[in-house]
Each structure stands twice: as C-alpha cells, then as structure tokens.
Design a protein around this ligand. Structure first.
Ligand code: ADP
Ligand code: MG
Length: 313
C-alpha cells in the first residue's frame, strides 16, 4: 500500500479512512477498471480493497500511456510495458505486457541481428537509404540500382546481383549498409563481408579446422555482399577454391551476390589473373576468365563516382 499511503499522506490532513474511501472511488470510476470488474462475477469488495494498490497502479500507468511521451521517455514502472488485469485463482492479478511501441522496437532489434556485420565498421550498421546524400549524378544511379536491388531481389529465384565500382571513399561500403538494412526490413538475411579479411581468415582457418564451416556459412547466406573485392592478396587457392567455389554454388542456388570494388570488371579480371606469364594459353588467364564470366553474367556493373567522403582527422 506504499503508493496509496504516500498519496494519502500528501493529500491528507488526517482522515485516513475517508481518504481511502475517496481513492477507492477514484479507482472504481476508471473506465478500464470498470470494464474489467463488470466482467468478473463473484469478486468481493474486500478482494477489490486488497488489490487497491494494483488497481491504482494500473490506472496511473494507463494514464501515462494515454499521454504517451514516446518509448524513450516512458514513465511507467517498467519502460515500454503496459499493465494488464487478469484473474488468477479467483483473484485479481496485475501483469505487464510490452506496449506496441516496445514491440516494434524489439522487432527492429531482431532484424538488426539478421545482419551479420562481419568485419564492417559500426558506423554503417544503422544506415538507411534515407541517410544517403544524393549529391552527384553517378552516385544517384548507383544508389537507385542498390535501392531497386534491395527492394526487389528474391534469393532462391534469381541470382542477379550488382557490381559497384568506384574509387576509394565514394561511399560504396556505406551504401551496402543501407542495402543490408533494407533487406532486413524484408526479412531477408544478408552478410557484409570485408573480402580481404575474409580470405585471410579462411586461410588461417585451415590450420584450426574452422575453414569449412566458415566458407559454408558465407556460401549459403541469402544475400552476400562482398565488400572491396580486389583488395585482397590473390592466389590460385583464393581464386579457384574459395571465390570460384563460392560463386559456383551461389549461381546454382540462385543466390545473389553484391560486389563493391575499387576495380572495374576489366581490372578485376587482371587482378584475378594475378600472375602474368603472358600468352593467351596461360592457364591463369583462363581460370580468371571463367570466374569473370560468372560475375559478368549475374552482376550489372554500376559505376559510382563522386568526391571522397572520407574525413581525415
Ligand atoms: P568506400 O567504401 O567507397 O571507400 P565509404 O562507404 O567507406 O567509401 O565512405 C567513406 C566515408 O564517407 C564514410 O565515413 C562514410 O560514413 C561517409 N559516407 C559515404 N557515403 C555517404 C553518404 N552518401 N552520405 C553521408 N556520408 C557518407
Ligand atoms: Mg569501402
């Protein structure tokens, strides 16, 4: 009875009984409480009296909700929770349920957990298309393509993706954050992988046995975003056993991949050839071509230009 006790002391010059009566009156006048009580047959007055504190709390917190100042400023006992009156073993029971705002916020958090931001800076985790400045025609085109992709792709039905190329600092990785979040809104899981680190990690994974699991996980993700492809150290193993295998699987399963790169497709081909011993017959060249065929076939090349957005401090 603390709450009521306090209220009474505040209000009261002395007459406790009278005040209690008044409080009871106030509680019983509440529309929600009335509606609850009329549905309960056989509740005695003493039961109601015993739960006066609960009823008072219920009324007070619903008054907060009626005047909701937003989840952040929720004044309720448990932030984001609304009281509920129930019957339990023939007695009144006060319980709490998350309010609609709280439920929506929780849902959003769950979606954010979909995004496995492997190796990706924290600053892009929450980026949405609304945050992205469109200050230049070439950037606008890239943003549009990325937007269309994020809102239309259907992993498993079409493996069509994008290859976004542009120089350092133009905002490619940032744009991928928006793609990933838009996909999460559609309940589509994606992973943004910083490609050089990923290949390095797989290499290390050979000795500790984690290599296979890691590759499998990334291979199967509905939308894979390979950020900064071309920045890795190329080798025959990386190209054929990792990248080749990865793309082969995704092509068969119709799982889209989005690439970002400082290289355009022709430069990437040269990078994948990585040893240039000359001659059209060169086996490296053929292998690089085979991978490039897949990438070209499934991914539209989109050039993204603009100022370097990086700020150096
Ligand atoms: P890239 O991956 O092309 O090298 P980033 O995506 O890392 O470039 O962007 C460089 C910097 O500019 C980052 O700090 C990023 O937060 C910022 N940035 C990029 N694009 C935008 C944008 N459209 N609006 C606001 N800031 C941006
Ligand atoms: Mg980047």
């Amino acid at each position: 009875m603390d709450q009521i006790g306090k209220s009474i002391r505040k209000l009261d010059g002395g007459n406790f009984e009278k005040r209690l009566e008044a409080l009871m009156q106030e509680v019983l006048e509440d529309k929600r409480i009335q509606s609850f009580l009329t549905k309960q047959q056989g509740l005695t007055e003493s039961q109601i009296e015993r739960h006066l504190n609960d009823l008072f709390q219920y009324k007070k917190e619903w008054a907060n909700c009626d005047d909701c100042p937003g989840l952040e400023n929720c004044p309720n006992l448990m932030q984001g929770y609304q009281p509920e009156l129930k019957m339990y073993r023939d007695d009144i029971q006060l319980s709490y349920q998350p309010c609609p705002l709280k439920r929506k916020a929780d849902e959003r958090k769950k979606q954010a957990a979909f995004i496995k931001s492997l190796y990706i800076p924290k600053e892009i985790v929450a980026v949405t298309f609304k945050d992205i400045d469109q200050d230049n025609a070439s950037r606008v085109t890239a943003i549009k393509k990325a937007f269309q992709f994020a809102h239309a792709t259907n992993p498993g039905e079409t493996g069509q993706g994008l290859y976004i190329t542009g120089s350092f600092g133009v905002g490619k990785t940032y744009l991928m954050g928006a793609v990933s979040n838009a996909l999460a809104e559609r309940q589509i899981e994606s992973m943004i992988i910083y490609t050089p680190d990923f290949f390095r990690e797989l290499k290390q994974g050979i000795s500790d046995g984690s290599y296979q699991d890691k590759l499998e996980t990334v291979k199967r993700v509905p939308v894979l975003i390979l950020d900064d492809i071309g920045a890795e150290t190329m080798s025959a193993w990386v190209r054929d056993d990792i990248l080749g295998a990865l793309l082969q699987y995704r092509m068969m399963e119709k799982l889209p991949t989005v690439f970002t790169s400082n290289y355009d497709l022709d430069d990437l081909e040269a990078h994948l050839t990585y040893t240039n011993r000359g001659g059209v017959e060169n086996i490296e060249e053929l292998k690089a071509k085979r991978i490039m065929e897949r990438i070209r076939h499934l991914n539209e090349e989109v050039i993204m230009e603009g100022d370097n957005r990086r700020t150096f401090s």
